[in-house]
Design a protein around this ligand. Structure first.
Ligand SMILES: Cc1cc2nc3c(=O)[nH]c(=O)nc-3n(C[C@H](O)[C@H](O)[C@H](O)COP(=O)(O)O)c2cc1C
Ligand code: SF4
Length: 596
């Protein structure tokens, strides 16, 4: 298909809307993508000239993000969520039905340019799948009837605004409330405390609470804010990581829907403590439907003096803007997030230096997860000891879990840290006999039924919030395959071990699933997994092999059952790829190096 004709006044309007600020390049390109279904060459040239950026940078950004493309996509762009939970809910049949009804092939645009259909990584709707994005907006609970009706509306070229509203409805599905979801904090209450008692007192409360970051890594929140506050240069910044890309995680979605005030209160509190005047919410592209809601909350808080040029009459400034991601899991990694906020490709930076001193525009930046900010605001009001009374020695307070998979009641469960996996499974109504539970998403840990008494806590099983349950009707190798495809799709390609290693893992597992695997492949998968884990630049590569290694350790019999004897002609050279993954000259070199 040829690129659509570009109207230069439209591009000018988009550029003006974003103040022609090169830092907002990702936001501008998102808008152009929405307008034209791609980022046409003429638009790239115009943006490059207007912003004074090299054409290669515009092209590089347009190629990097999954929700942007340089080739034309359909007027209606359907992206079907492909987390394992969507698979379990029948997303392959949904894909087949869309393709059949619309006369289009997967990953292609129909010849008349009307529609394109493809898979996308988890859209954060695992409690109400199978889900999809239609022109960026989340659609939940897809059924055959809905697909047929959508196909009819697409053929009639009905604008999305006229589609039934209930298709776009997203439920919170909160099933268990504890400290955070039970405790009401009046908007502004934490800010009043901060202004009355001062930043040092807030840091003392945070220290007493022992709050650790809820995004996964578990870094001490008080230490992070203190480091930022003490960094000897300004301006300083606050970033809220609302990228929530780990498959199976959807608790930030619910906080941003129903507790947005609390999250923004936490960000503003952080601004007062570290002396920042600007904050950013980095909202994953899949949650675009929340954008307007968050803007409304921000506007109201501005009217109420809770954010903006003069926070509660103190003379202190704290302004918040929202940046939308564009479909790149790696942008949840905090340094990649900052790169994206600066209008670039989301390639993780080399650390140190850390964000606390060298973050946004190389300035001190406190980056926290959505849940961390919400809990920090509550701690300011309720006190550090209130929070620390719950949980375990190394994991204080409570944690929101996003529970999905083979359970009767998928949704959000808040527990004090230290709850057993068994308890969560019982509360959520695990269906059938449990085979495995994936705690912390694909990058976390896969445990077997014999380990259900293990604890969700930093001492045992840490998690950013994903909790997926699989019963004995499920196929472990297929689960590992889904996760391997996820990491191969989401690797940013910056470093060789991850770029090559995730592809090799994916293809080797595909080979096993196709019945062409042998014991040798299982050995290869383990070896490559160890290389990718130990040699990758960032957390994505370092954890990409976890589900494969965990499942091989616990369910080797299931893998062995899949081994076949059919002849197989490899379409890639494993030895060469393995050596390339290590940047060494031969496979034996790579393995010898590993053994040292
Ligand atoms: C590949 C990758 C993806 C990540 N995605 C997220 C995410 O979506 N949300 C998040 O809060 N943290 C994510 N993290 C962790 C962040 O890098 C960072 O540790 C976190 O935002 C810090 O906030 P916290 O201290 O409040 O947890 C991710 C890390 C990696 C390596
Ligand atoms: S480990 Fe993977 S995602 Fe991370 S920098 Fe390397 S290629 Fe990119």
């Amino acid at each position: 298909m040829t690129s659509p004709a570009v109207d230069s006044t439209t591009i000018d309007r988009i550029l003006d809307e974003f103040g022609r600020d090169p830092l907002l390049l990702v936001q501008m390109l998102r808008r152009i993508q929405a307008e034209y279904g791609c980022i046409p060459p003429a638009a790239r040239t115009q943006v490059s000239e207007a912003l004074g950026l090299p054409p290669s940078q515009i092209h590089g950004v347009a190629e990097f993000y999954h929700f942007m493309s340089t080739a034309p996509e359909g007027k209606y762009r359907i992206r079907i969520s492909d987390n394992i939970t969507d698979r379990m809910l029948g997303n392959e049949a949904i894909m087949a039905r869309f393709c059949e009804r619309l006369g289009v092939k997967r990953a292609q645009t129909r010849a008349d340019g009307r529609v394109s259909v493809d898979y996308t990584s988890c859209t954060g709707m695992c409690d109400q799948g199978p889900a999809a994005l239609v022109n960026g907006l989340a659609v939940t609970r897809l059924t055959d009837d809905r697909v047929d009706e959508m196909a009819r509306l697409i053929e009639a070229e009905a604008p999305l605004a006229t589609w039934p509203r209930e298709w776009f409805h997203v439920d919170d599905n909160v099933r268990r409330r504890d400290l955070t979801l039970r405790t009401e904090v009046e908007p502004g209450a934490a800010l009043h405390v901060a202004l009355k008692r001062g930043p040092e007192a807030i840091l003392r409360e945070l220290q007493a609470s022992a709050l650790r970051g809820r995004g996964g890594a578990g870094f001490n929140c008080a230490v992070k804010w203190k480091l930022c506050r003490e960094a000897p240069w300004t301006p300083r910044y606050v970033t809220c990581n609302a990228d929530e890309g780990e498959p199976g995680t959807f608790k930030d979605r619910v906080l941003l829907t129903s507790q947005a005030d609390l999250v923004i209160e936490g960000m503003t509190l952080c601004g007062l403590v570290i002396g920042a005047q600007r904050g950013f919410i980095y909202l994953r592209g899949e949650y675009e439907y929340l954008h307007e809601h968050l803007l409304e909350v921000l506007r109201r808080r501005e009217r109420e003096g809770l954010v903006g040029r003069d926070v509660l009459g103190s003379g202190q400034v704290f302004e918040v803007s929202i940046h939308l991601g564009a479909g790149a899991y790696v942008c949840g990694e905090e340094t990649a997030l900052i790169e994206s906020l600066e209008g670039k490709r989301g390639i993780p930076r080399v650390r140190p230096p850390f964000l606390a001193t060298h973050g946004y525009l190389q300035h001190p930046t406190a980056n926290n997860n959505v849940e961390t900010f919400a809990q920090a605001a509550q701690i300011a009001v309720m006190g550090g000891h209130w929070f620390a009374a719950a949980g375990t020695e190394k994991s204080k307070g409570t944690k929101l879990l996003s529970v999905s998979g083979d359970v009767e009641r998928p949704g959000i469960y808040e527990y004090p840290w230290g709850v057993s996996v068994r308890q969560v499974c019982e509360d959520a109504g695990a269906v059938g006999e449990i085979l495995a539970v994936q705690v912390g998403g694909p990058s976390g840990a896969m445990i077997a039924a014999g380990e259900l008494d293990r604890l969700v806590a930093y001492e045992d099983l840490p998690t950013g919030g994903s909790f997926m349950v699989f019963n004995t009707t499920r196929d472990i190798v297929r689960i590992a395959q889904n996760f391997a495809h996820f990491f191969a799709r989401e690797s940013c390609g910056f470093c060789t071990p991850c770029r090559v290693g995730t592809q090799v893992l994916r293809r080797t597992i595909d080979k096993v699933v196709a019945g062409h695997g042998s014991e040798m492949e299982l050995g290869e998968v383990e070896e490559i997994g160890r290389i990718v884990k130990s040699m990758s630049h960032c957390g994505l590569g370092q954890t990409a092999a976890n589900p494969i290694l965990d499942s091989l350790k616990r369910f080797r019999d299931q893998w062995e059952d899949r081994l076949g004897t059919r002849d197989f002609v490899p379409d890639f050279d494993l030895d060469k790829a393995l050596a390339e993954a290590r940047g060494l000259t031969g496979r034996d070199d790579a393995l010898a190096h590993l053994d040292r």
